[in-house]
Design a protein around this ligand. Sequence first.
Ligand code: ZN
Length: 182
Amino acid sequence: MNREPRFLPIRIIGDQQLAQKAKPITEITEEIEELVEDMLFTMYATDGIGLAAPQVGHSIRLFVIDLSYHSEEGKKNPLVFINPKFTLFEGETSAEEGCLSIPEIYEKVLRAEKVKIEATNLAGEKFEIVSDDFLAVALQHEYDHLDGILFVDKIPKLRKMIHLKHLKELRSTTDENGVNIG
Ligand code: ZN
């Protein structure tokens, strides 16, 4: 592939793309391959550990995650999840989460402690991951994006109240057509 990866603008809360249930991917086309390349480029550029396709305006069931970039001095080890599906949830845990689509808000979210997920990679191969560490949290966070769910939808009402003003400001940067203009 002879193309430079592009930085994709990230949709901010209030954008309609973030609230939709994303559609399954039926074929891994060159466009999907390029989108993944651009999503990874964007994720690394914004210091994120995960990015879901709806966050960059594509309502399809795809997300990328790389936890090693932060923990292992910049060594990249990206995981690509196409049409992911959880087959196990076990236990409970809560970790502080943030989201590239909700800048400056961090809150603890109740999640399953251990998950098993099935997905397809870019090569079209099915794979399975079992995790009971922070990857499990990241998987659930990114998967939620595919169902139009944001982590602030899952925090206690009282905690959400604290951020209401900031959330309202973030939403006001999004125009009626759902494109982030801020
Ligand atoms: Zn997010």
